[in-house]
Design a protein around this ligand. Structure first.
Ligand SMILES: NC(=O)c1ccc[n+]([C@@H]2O[C@H](COP(=O)([O-])OP(=O)(O)OC[C@H]3O[C@@H](n4cnc5c(N)ncnc54)[C@H](OP(=O)(O)O)[C@@H]3O)[C@@H](O)[C@H]2O)c1
Length: 337
């Protein structure tokens, strides 16, 4: 009993350093706000898992538009704090150690997640620590790179369509930017829930949209999308400016729902929705182990696949940002660590 007690208390104390222990790990540090060249490979202290946290050895880190928005100081600057800081939320890797009280994972388990969001997770690094319930087990069918591409985009689509909108059998769902990181997962999630799915993308991406299962693909460069889609129950607007919001409302049936993750709902869009007896809401994705498990189940059932447009080594994070910010990605971009 006494021995067990001592053991428990020891786990609450920081791990004692042993000779030869590596304290420093590689990470991409954002030196200051600015262009991609502010991202620099540096060495930083390895994090230690606090009680309830796991230490994950990162194998791959997904990149999302929010990363470059933080880099440019255009997204929640007060919450992000002053640089230098480490960007990145999407993680896949292997549990290296568990903190006091963790029961869900053991060293050696493969996990994926979007920990801490919207607080910094510091995922562009060799190690990350976060509460165990910000992770889920990686499905066997996904390698680490594909698993790292899934959490933030997949949870956004899942929380919007399955959670907020409750999309079900026969619903008509319009997904803007359907070939992008969030969009290509949203299309598949809506299809898996029995919806009729309309997606917008340039014509050269329509074959890709069809492999995801869209029922109708609209080339938004060839015609106004609101002329091609009507009586829609839910619009997931991943373009998200005022113009797209106002035009998307016109595609909705009465009481239909517009979800606008990128910029939120402006006063103009909210007022137009009210006038037309429709609903418009903003959504900010949250860490969600149950959501991750739902995504993993869809992957296991063969109903959700993750498309990677391009991989970059960690040291080339700046090039990866340039590629994503260019805006034409088909699926996701990941860093291999
Ligand atoms: N609130 C939240 O929690 C949350 C979460 C995730 C993402 N977001 C935001 O949602 C947006 C989308 O994220 P993402 O990761 O999917 O971005 P992404 O992967 O960079 O999106 C790229 C896609 O956008 C398409 N696109 C660009 N302009 C378009 C237009 N006018 N109409 C239709 N498609 C268009 C491109 O296809 P084409 O080449 O065919 O144009 C491309 O496939 C970003 O602004 C992101 O910050 C918000």
């Amino acid at each position: 009993m006494l021995a067990r007690h001592r053991h428990r208390n020891e786990r609450l104390r920081p791990r004692r350093r042993l000779a030869g222990d590596t304290d420093l790990v590689k990470a991409i540090v954002m030196r200051e706000h600015g262009g991609p060249d502010v991202l620099e490979l540096q060495e930083t202290p390895r994090p230690e898992p606090a009680p309830t946290e796991v230490l994950v050895r990162v194998a791959a880190a997904g990149i999302n538009p929010v990363d470059w928005k933080v880099r440019e100081e255009s997204w929640l600057p007060d919450l992000m704090g002053e640089p230098p800081l480490i960007l990145g939320w999407d993680v896949a890797g292997t549990v290296e150690a568990v903190g006091y009280g963790v029961t869900r994972f053991a060293p050696g388990d493969r996990v994926f997640g979007m920990p801490w969001f919207p607080r910094l997770a510091r995922a562009y690094a060799e190690y990350v620590t976060a509460p165990s319930r910000h992770f889920a087990r990686t499905p066997d069918a996904l390698d680490d790179e594909h698993a790292a591409a899934l959490p933030l985009a997949g949870l956004t689509a899942w929380q919007a369509l399955a959670g907020t909108a409750g999309v079900g059998e026969g619903d008509r769902v319009l997904v803007h930017a359907a070939a992008g990181g969030v969009g290509h997962l949203a299309v598949q999630i809506a299809k898996a829930r029995g919806a009729y799915v309309i997606g917008t993308a340039r014509a050269e991406k329509h074959d890709f949209l069809r492999t995801l299962g869209v029922d109708e693909a609209i080339d938004y460069t060839a015609q106004p999308f609101e002329q091609a889609a009507s009586e829609v129950d839910v619009v997931l607007d991943l373009v998200g400016d005022d113009d797209y919001g106002l035009r998307s409302l016109r595609t909705l049936r009465e009481d239909g729902l517009l979800i606008a993750p990128p910029e939120g709902v402006s006063d103009a869009v909210a007022a137009a929705a009210d006038r037309q007896s429709k609903r418009a809401i903003h959504l900010l994705v949250e860490p969600d182990a149950v959501g991750l498990e739902s995504l993993a189940a869809l992957v296991d059932q063969g109903r959700l696949r993750v498309e990677i447009e391009e991989r970059f080594p960690l040291a080339e994070a700046a090039q990866a940002h340039e590629r994503l910010q260019h805006g034409r990605a088909r699926g996701k971009i990941v860093l291999t660590v």
